[in-house]
Design a protein. Structure first.
Length: 286
């Protein structure tokens, strides 16, 4: 009996959703029957039959293709009406990424995720935790983007974090901090007074904002992560340098979240330790 009830429920779901898809598509039953290659009576029976019988797979598939929905949705297996191709197209998108942290789309994603935990692996030090002098040194040389734009955008992100109910978890490779305090690699040429002020600024903010803001350090010789921001369960955004790759399907977001959580589990230092660690590393600045 339960199996029969289950079949009847699925058949009823199919009839309801097929009728809904026909209305949404603005197509007549006769036109649909013609497009899928069956008699109109066959389609009428599929819509009016009150039993547990479903039409053949070829009819279900043809209806889904013509109406622009998925067979799984018609059969009640999925709650998403989009076809597989549309789901893939909607779940992954690309947009240009400016050199400085001034992309309006990125700000929209932050606002959209208010109230959720935001996980972030930055490409360098987190822009929203940088001093004005640091941002001016970093973004001043780049064409089409002024340092002041970067400064204003950074302040907007920090203000959003101070005002919002979101939590921020940031994972940094240890070598990033070492290169920064020593003025090596990417930070070569950054004056010592700017580095000292930047250290003091980050120490103050990470103490002030803990536990809403938590910074962790991981050993990049053991683990690696590309720059990524995960906006709660809503979207995961990979930064490629010239573009953002945004993923909205839950399966991929869960995978990226699991990878990020691995960085935290394997972190060399906890978020509570970060201000003291940076204060110790501050002595290396020359």
């Amino acid at each position: 009996m339960p199996e029969t009830d289950n079949k009847s429920a699925r058949a009823q779901t199919f009839r309801t959703r097929l009728a809904q898809a026909i209305r949404t598509a603005g197509i007549s039953q006769s036109a649909l029957a013609r497009d899928i290659g069956v008699d109109r009576s066959t389609l009428s029976q599929a819509l009016s039959d009150q039993g547990a019988r479903l039409p053949g797979a070829h009819v279900v598939g043809a209806c889904a293709q013509v109406l622009g929905v998925s067979s799984d949705w018609l059969l009640g297996i999925s709650d998403r009406p989009e076809s597989a191709a549309d789901l893939m197209s909607n779940s992954v998108s690309m947009s240009q990424a400016p050199r400085a942290f001034v992309d309006d789309q990125l700000f929209v994603w932050h606002q959209e995720a208010r109230g959720y935990k935001i996980r972030h692996v930055p490409a360098a030090l987190p822009d929203m935790l940088k001093t004005d002098d640091m941002l001016a040194w970093e973004y001043g040389p780049h064409l089409r983007r002024t340092a002041q734009q970067a400064i204003n955008a950074s302040r907007d992100r920090l203000d959003l974090m101070l005002d919002a109910t979101s939590e921020y978890e940031i994972a940094l490779p240890l070598y990033e901090l070492e290169c920064f305090v020593r003025g090596a690699g990417y930070y070569r040429g950054l004056p010592a007074p700017v580095r000292l002020a930047q250290c003091d600024h980050m120490i103050r903010l990470t103490r002030q904002l803990y536990p809403r803001l938590r910074l962790y350090q991981f050993d990049a010789r053991r683990l690696y992560s590309a720059p990524i921001t995960i906006f709660g369960p809503l979207i995961a955004v990979l930064y490629t340098g010239g573009h953002y790759m945004a993923f909205r399907d839950r399966a991929r977001i869960d995978i990226f979240t699991q990878d990020f959580d691995t960085l935290l589990r394997e972190a060399s230092h906890t978020a509570r330790d970060f201000p003291d660690l940076l204060n110790e590393m501050r002595a290396l600045i020359r």
